[in-house]
Design a protein around this ligand. Structure first.
Ligand code: 13P
Ligand code: SF4
Length: 344
């Protein structure tokens, strides 16, 4: 199927289904897909949107699998679809729950007062693990608030699976690096001794996003500042802490877009995140602002969503084929962790 044919099919089915269908699109989707989204947002905004869908029977999620799964958890009465269920997230895959359970036993053996927090980029099983233990989910837009809530509840936080988001959040909160330790799940006992765990306030899980880390580096920032002297630089908090420090500013996708909107005419900003979003913002503000990608990096998983796949998915929604199914018995606890986040 060509993009042109897919376009016509999508237009027709959207017309036929009307209010019965909602298409959600993450900022990292390409323009051709975003054109059809009823709502575009970051992972927090899309989770909220999914939880608030009233009329629609069908939610089609243009993003990666954990996002569609989150929508299915938060909208239990709806049928949720994703145009390619293989659109995964390597970061989410870095925290298999059986390994987390082993780590949990060791960490809580040192101090039972631990609150688990998982970044939304994680499996439903990990969200359920957190929900069952009084923990919560966070996104890059609210990680600081959620970690503060967790530290008010317990003595320590186990933060999974993104070590960079965890470290950047701790630093932004003014938490001393000396009480932030890294649990390396490839190593015996996480590569930590009892005394390391005893002093820790935050235990970071060793996971990272290969699109943001190690892709965006201090050298990239030096280069962009050489070419564009005086330019402001902002990066996603999934980039490593040295890069965040060199940039001086970090924010979730929606926070970056708000900063761009707020720039005065003639403003210049180099943005370190997935290039679809940055280039779209650059086009939107062309002539008024100079928005440049810190580096042109794309997420291959986000790119799996194409117009022909969206068209094929829409042809199936009425038949209920290909719905996102939640792992048995986990939805309740996963919902607890997500709802805790939405309340914080
Ligand atoms: P946001 O939470 O900023 O939407 O980011 C999600 C993501 O996957 C970033 O890589
Ligand atoms: Fe996952 Fe990174 Fe892609 Fe975001 S950009 S979906 S964290 S691989």
């Amino acid at each position: 199927m060509t993009d042109r044919e897919a376009h016509a099919i999508i237009m027709r089915i959207k017309r036929e289904l009307g209010d019965r269908l909602v298409i959600l699109g993450h900022h990292y989707q390409k323009d051709t897909v975003i054109e059809f989204a009823d709502f575009v947002g970051d992972s927090l905004e899309l989770a909220r949107a999914a939880s608030q869908v009233e009329k629609a029977e069908y939610i089609v999620f243009c993003g990666v699998f954990f996002m569609a799964e989150t929508a299915a958890i938060l909208a239990p009465g709806k049928s949720v679809f994703i145009p390619d269920s293989k659109a995964g997230c390597p970061l989410a895959d870095m925290a298999p729950v059986d390994r987390v359970e082993k780590a949990w036993d060791i960490i809580t053996g040192v101090d039972p007062s631990v609150v688990p927090v998982t970044y939304v980029n994680s499996s439903a099983a990990l969200k359920a693990f957190c929900g069952a233990r009084g923990g919560a989910v966070c996104t890059s837009a609210n990680a600081g608030k959620v970690v503060a809530w967790a530290l008010a509840k317990g003595k320590k936080v186990l933060f999974m699976p993104d070590m960079n988001l965890g470290r950047n959040t701790a630093r932004a909160m003014g938490i001393d690096d000396g009480v932030v330790v890294l649990w390396d799940h490839e190593k015996h006992d996480g590569g930590l001794e009892g005394k390391d765990l005893a002093r820790a306030r935050i235990v970071l899980w060793k996971g990272w996003c290969p699109v943001h880390c190690p892709e965006f580096t201090v050298k990239d920032i030096e280069r962009v500042r050489r070419i564009h002297p005086g330019i402001r630089v902002m990066v996603h908090p999934e980039t490593d802490p040295a890069t965040v420090k060199a940039a001086g500013e970090a924010g979730s996708t929606s926070q970056m877009l708000s900063s761009i909107e707020a720039l005065p005419d003639g403003g210049r900003l180099a943005v370190g995140t997935e290039a679809n979003m940055v280039l779209r913002a650059a086009r939107k503000h062309a002539g008024r602002l100079e928005i440049i990608p810190l580096k042109e990096v794309y997420c291959d998983d986000m790119a799996r969503i194409t117009l022909p796949k969206l068209a094929v998915t829409l042809m199936k929604v009425g038949k209920g084929e290909g719905r996102v199914e939640l792992p048995e018995g986990l939805a309740g606890d996963a919902r607890k962790a997500l709802e805790a986040m939405l309340r914080i």
